[in-house]
Write a new protein. Structure first.
Length: 69
């Protein structure tokens, strides 16, 4: 299992529904194609925010996307 870097969902690494990307020698797995597209466009945005988000309450992907919640 891996954690989707966009929405923080658990993802099966053997068969990731959203696919897989390689970035700076590390594999990232995605729960949905939209998460992969977002990551592929701006990987640094999502990787640099991981430490900050762990200290904040988790919000759903959609609340982050639409700025609510």
């Amino acid at each position: 299992m891996a954690i989707d870097p966009i929405c923080k969902m658990d993802v099966d690494t053997d068969s990731p529904p959203g696919g897989q990307s390689e970035y700076q020698g590390t594999s990232y797995y995605f729960c949905a194609p939209g998460c992969k597209v977002a990551f592929d466009q701006e990987p640094e945005k999502y990787l640099s925010g991981q430490a900050e988000e762990s200290a904040q309450p988790k919000r759903s992907f959609f609340s982050k996307l639409f700025g609510r919640g």
